[in-house]
Write a protein that binds this ligand. Structure first.
Ligand SMILES: *[C@@H]1O[C@H](CO)[C@@H](O)[C@H](O)[C@H]1NC(C)=O
Ligand SMILES: *[C@@H]1O[C@H](CO)[C@@H](O)[C@H](O)[C@H]1NC(C)=O
Ligand SMILES: *[C@@H]1O[C@H](CO)[C@@H](O)[C@H](O)[C@H]1NC(C)=O
Ligand SMILES: *[C@@H]1O[C@H](CO)[C@@H](O)[C@H](O)[C@H]1NC(C)=O
Ligand SMILES: *[C@@H]1O[C@H](CO)[C@@H](O)[C@H](O)[C@H]1NC(C)=O
Ligand SMILES: *[C@@H]1O[C@H](CO)[C@@H](O)[C@H](O)[C@H]1NC(C)=O
Ligand SMILES: *[C@@H]1O[C@H](CO)[C@@H](O)[C@H](O)[C@H]1NC(C)=O
Length: 843
């Protein structure tokens, strides 16, 4: 039976085992690799032999590496001004430091004490001598592995340059570019910027480990030409931990950035440190590249798709990036101890780790633009605060807290769902719950489960909490949610079948009518109208309200069983009927359920893949998508409200469930919409968050008012199918007509239909009648509209006035009257009148 599937599995396994691990490089690839290794060795020689000031375009001194030669045509005229600007940024961060230090202790900064008597304007050169890497350690994080986010603006102080027209075939002779248009060509005025920095971990010992360290950074620059989050590029460079500065560069076949990086640094000391460091690290990287069998031709490639290896190489704009970490505002904090504690937690109590702020300066020597991070002093702090972020450890700590909070939310959801399931354990109560409300919730949980699984594969650091939460969500969906859905589906199956049959008959009738219209010769078939089916789940075609004058009422008198009759016989009869009928429906329900399962998972996977695809869409489209999805998801009470209207029932779900689920399901969405530095770096949109909260709030109020004012109070009468009203307004004139006064009362005036009901007592008050409740055998006092008084506006006013007192009693279609509480309790188990065993419409 399963043989095709087995064959497929075997085939897949064979494919997995037999496919080669990695292809051996072909001859041309090997030659390509040899060429690039030779180029890199030459460039390293240049790096080794050059000295500070060896590259200076204004004095016509060039380096013999790709991109830094005179003939290459890059816009190096801009470099001195860019470097000047980078020094300004250092100066500013230093000034901020000095200000904060001068408040604390004026003697704490021996190199550069701000003194009132010596008020000469300090030059940038002066500042740089103080910024040398051997100075007193400033309150800076030494290890800035982490993620930083902010906005960029196109620089005003260093305006961009017309892009030079480069001779690409001269720059990269071994590559044939398929396009003349550059990728990452930033042409906009502003956008988002994200930097992820990775300091080296492990590896060979460094020449000056405390002073210079090699780093890798991943930039994401959003621009109008980019898709998704923006252009992604990888840069390599040097971090000076004492000074807090980082210099980074891209490297490609047309730009040997990393080999000329020391010449891009800002001082001679930085140059020497970078040269020593890179001489070693680049040398060992090239060595590994030579030794490794399956190595890439450019280990410092800046884009995920390496142009020399891709089928259709496209040129990229190259980047040189200066980052400067700002000193923390509170110099009292012992950052060193804090970093140690974050990295190797011992449980010592620590104040929360301050966030890291960085200013950034980006320069493209071939596309000729200069970008800066947005922040003071050029912009007010409200507009932007440069790049802000956290160390990876504090980030992971926060992420863990968030994941655990989400796990708690899911636990609370499971708890609420279990209580609700216990409450709705009978067919009559289950039939009130909307299938679609519960399935929307289950879809949401399934989505969370899949999302956590995907993320747990990508993020190693938080694998355990992620996978635990994914498992909890899975439990919530598959164990509780699906069970509940299956129960509801089974109970509501007859109702659906009835609807299908009606639809089929409607279609048949139309077909017959059409056939009759076209072929007059043949006599039209007539289909008998369907008999209304009343099941345990309730009738689809609900009985008319008692107050409506029933034309059939004159003849058809309900059979009234005396309460003391032998119930056992009736029950046995009932059971016999119940055993034959559901047998067939159960089988078909199971079949439908398995179809439902596949539909559910198909929908879930569809939404998941669409959402994954949406991450690459432009920002506006993406936010429209996410807002639509959130709005659709948070409409989960709408099906319940609709079902309440259609079935004219109100007590479907516990209030605890309604309020709890609303809050629990809103919480994560509101978190991402309002918390500025949320863990997923999602752009805040407070207005959308308020709109979503308001939307859920409205839905809850709709449910509340349905409970109080009746399920259909906001729907015009003829929109919904006619439904039975258990709380009719009783009229005295009805009594005379014998139409709708409850049997318990009308029997006195020789009503033949109710020989056994007792005579009610007379009420003391006017306009009230007293009946007996057969369930609790207590009295019910019922307001009655006096005859003649109820017409037009008067009766409407009375209807409004008695809206709450009418909730205390219920009148069945067979015209028996009970306390609401008593009958509702009874109807949880049985949809039959306790007196006459006539079927009751569901509540
Ligand atoms: C770097 O230059 C020195 C001489 O200054 C030379 O001895 C050494 O071999 C060179 N190293 C590399 C990797 O080229
Ligand atoms: C630049 O380096 C190449 C080898 O990488 C060499 O052939 C060429 O002569 C050098 N040019 C100058 C001006 O030194
Ligand atoms: C200021 O710094 C000096 C050392 O630089 C230290 O001796 C002195 O105690 C500090 N004073 C205060 C108030 O922190
Ligand atoms: C580009 O360089 C190639 C090879 O160096 C040369 O043949 C060609 O003429 C150059 N093209 C232009 C437009 O300068
Ligand atoms: C910096 O921190 C990261 C994250 O904890 C760690 O992997 C890396 O080894 C650290 N680097 C240094 C040089 O301490
Ligand atoms: C570069 O490294 C080599 C050894 O790999 C060393 O001999 C040379 O002195 C280094 N050059 C500089 C400038 O540090
Ligand atoms: C970048 O885009 C601008 C505007 O579209 C264009 O003028 C410029 O030539 C492009 N730069 C490069 C290097 O292609």
């Amino acid at each position: 039976m399963d043989s095709p599937r087995l064959v497929l599995v075997v085939f897949l396994l064979l494919f997995l085992f037999l496919s080669p691990d990695s292809q051996a490089p072909s001859l041309s690839q090997q030659r390509e690799l040899d060429y690039s290794v030779q180029d890199e060795k030459n460039a390293l020689d240049v790096l080794n032999s050059s000295s500070y000031g060896g590259f200076d375009s204004t004095n016509n001194r060039w380096l013999n590496v790709t991109g830094f030669r005179q003939d290459d045509g890059y816009v190096w005229d801009l470099l001195p001004r860019v470097q000047e600007r980078a020094k300004e940024q250092i100066q500013r961060s230093l000034d901020a430091l000095q200000q904060s230090r001068s408040f604390q202790n004026t003697s704490g900064f021996p190199n550069n004490r701000p003194s009132t008597e010596n008020a000469e304007p300090r030059t940038v050169q002066h500042a740089l001598s103080s910024m040398d890497p051997f100075m007193d350690p400033a309150p800076l994080y030494q290890n800035v592995t982490g993620i930083f986010k902010g906005e960029w603006v196109s620089s005003r102080t260093v305006p961009g340059h017309e892009p030079p027209s480069l001779n690409l075939s001269a720059l990269a002779p071994r590559i044939y570019y398929t396009s003349k248009n550059y990728n990452r060509n930033i042409t906009g005025q502003s956008g988002d910027l994200r930097v992820q920095i990775d300091e080296r971990s492990g590896g060979d010992p460094l020449p000056d480990p405390g002073l210079a360290i090699d780093v890798k950074a991943q930039l994401t620059i959003e621009d109008e030409t980019s898709t998704g989050d923006g252009w992604e590029l990888t840069l390599y460079g040097v971090h000076y931990p004492r000074q807090g500065g980082i210099v980074l560069s891209t490297t490609s076949e047309k730009f040997a950035g990393i080999f000329a990086l020391p010449h891009l640094t800002l001082s001679e000391r930085s140059f020497t440190l970078a040269q020593k460091l890179l001489n070693q690290t680049l040398g060992s990287t090239i060595h590994r590249q030579e030794m490794d069998f399956a190595s890439v031709s450019n280990p410092w490639s800046s884009s995920p798709s390496n142009p020399s290896e891709s089928m259709f190489p496209v040129p990229h704009c190259e980047f040189i990036v200066y980052l400067q970490q700002h000193p923390t505002e509170d110099p009292e904090i012992d950052l060193k101890a804090m970093e140690q504690e974050l990295r190797f937690p011992t449980g010592a109590s620590m104040p929360p780790a301050p966030s890291i702020r960085m200013s950034a300066l980006l320069f493209s020597p071939d596309c000729g633009f200069v970008l800066e991070s947005k922040g003071p002093p050029d912009f007010s702090p409200q507009e932007g605060l440069h790049l802000n972020g956290r160390k990876q450890e504090s980030f992971i700590r926060i992420a863990r807290h968030c994941i655990l909070s989400f796990a708690a939310v899911i636990c609370a959801q499971i708890f609420l769902l279990m209580r609700q399931m216990k409450e709705t354990s009978t067919p009559s109560t289950r039939s009130r719950v909307s299938f679609y409300t519960i399935s929307m919730m289950a879809l949401g949980d399934g989505f969370a489960c899949m999302g956590f699984m995907v993320v747990s594969i990508l993020v190693d650091a938080a694998f355990l909490p992620l996978i635990t939460t994914a498992f909890l969500s899975f439990l919530c969906v598959s164990f509780f949610g699906m069970k509940f859905l299956m129960d509801i589906w089974t109970v509501q199956a007859p109702e659906r079948q009835e609807r299908d049959r009606e639809r089929q008959q409607e279609r048949d009738r139309q077909n017959a009518a059409a056939a009759a219209a076209t072929a007059q010769a043949t006599p039209a078939r007539t289909t008998p109208p369907p008999a209304p089916v009343i099941t345990a789940a309730g009738a689809d075609s609900l009985p008319l309200p008692v107050t409506a004058r029933r034309p059939a009422d004159s003849g058809a008198t309900p059979v009234i069983l005396p309460p003391d009759q032998d119930l056992g016989a009736a029950e046995a009869e009932d059971n016999a009927a119940a055993q034959t009928a559901p047998q067939t429906t159960l089988g078909s329900a199971r079949r439908e359920m398995s179809a439902l399962y596949s539909k559910f998972y198909f929908l879930l996977l569809g939404i998941l893949f669409l959402s994954l695809h949406a991450t690459t869409w432009p920002t506006t489209l993406r936010s429209i998508y996410s807002n639509t999805l959130a709005c659709l998801y948070l409409s989960f009470w709408i099906p319940q409200i609709h079902r309440n209207v259609i079935r004219n029932c109100r007590k479907a779900l516990r209030w605890e469930f309604v309020i709890g689920e609303s809050i629990l399901r809103l919480a994560p969405i509101v978190y991402f919409y309002t918390v500025p530095d949320n863990i997923l770096f999602i752009e805040n949109d407070a207005n959308a968050a308020y709109a979503l909260i308001g939307w859920v709030w409205i839905q809850i109020w709709a449910l509340v008012s349905q409970e109080i004012l009746g399920p259909r109070f906001f729907v015009p009468k003829d929109w919904a199918p006619p439904a039975y009203d258990y709380h009719p307004l009783l009229r005295e004139e009805d009594e005379e007509a014998g139409a709708s006064m409850p049997i318990g009362f009308t029997q006195a005036t020789a009503d033949p239909t109710s020989p056994t009901t007792p005579r009610p007592g007379e009420s003391k008050e006017k306009g009230k009648k007293v009946f007996d409740c057969a369930i609790c055998t207590e009295n019910i006092e019922v307001p009655v509209v006096p005859s003649g008084g109820g017409s037009g506006e008067g009766s409407a006013a009375i209807a409004a006035a008695t809206i709450f007192s009418r909730r205390t009693y219920m009148v069945t279609p067979c015209r028996h009257i009970f306390h609401s509480q008593c009958l509702e309790g009874w109807m949880r188990y049985r949809l039959q009148c306790p007196i006459c065993r006539e079927n009751l419409p569901p509540l």
